[in-house]
Design a protein around this ligand. Sequence first.
Ligand SMILES: [Zn+2]
Length: 119
Amino acid sequence: MIWTVLGTIGIALATVILGVLADRRWSLLPRKETLIAAGKPRPLLPGHGPGEAAATAIVGSPGDIERLRRKQRCPRCRTEMNAIADDRVTFDDHELLVLRFACPKCSAERSVYVRRQTA
Ligand SMILES: [Zn+2]
């Protein structure tokens, strides 16, 4: 009889411990994502985010392009990046401007593809 009671308590305890462990695991992951989401702009996966590849070029007016040129932050260390010489590529019959940036701190480089808006 006593062992049945102890066994039940043991199972209950094990369930609680497992629950706590599971909760820790679940709450740790979203916390990490929240941190990433809080830092702006978000680090983009190569070739997937807007402007990261010719296929996802950002369409904007000359003013938008100038703003983009000024506010790039390093995807690695978040230092404000320096604009370096632009490049031009033709993609899908459109001429794209490739804004290029270099990080003064960790020397990471980044390219942002933009297309001038046509009225
Ligand atoms: Zn950097």
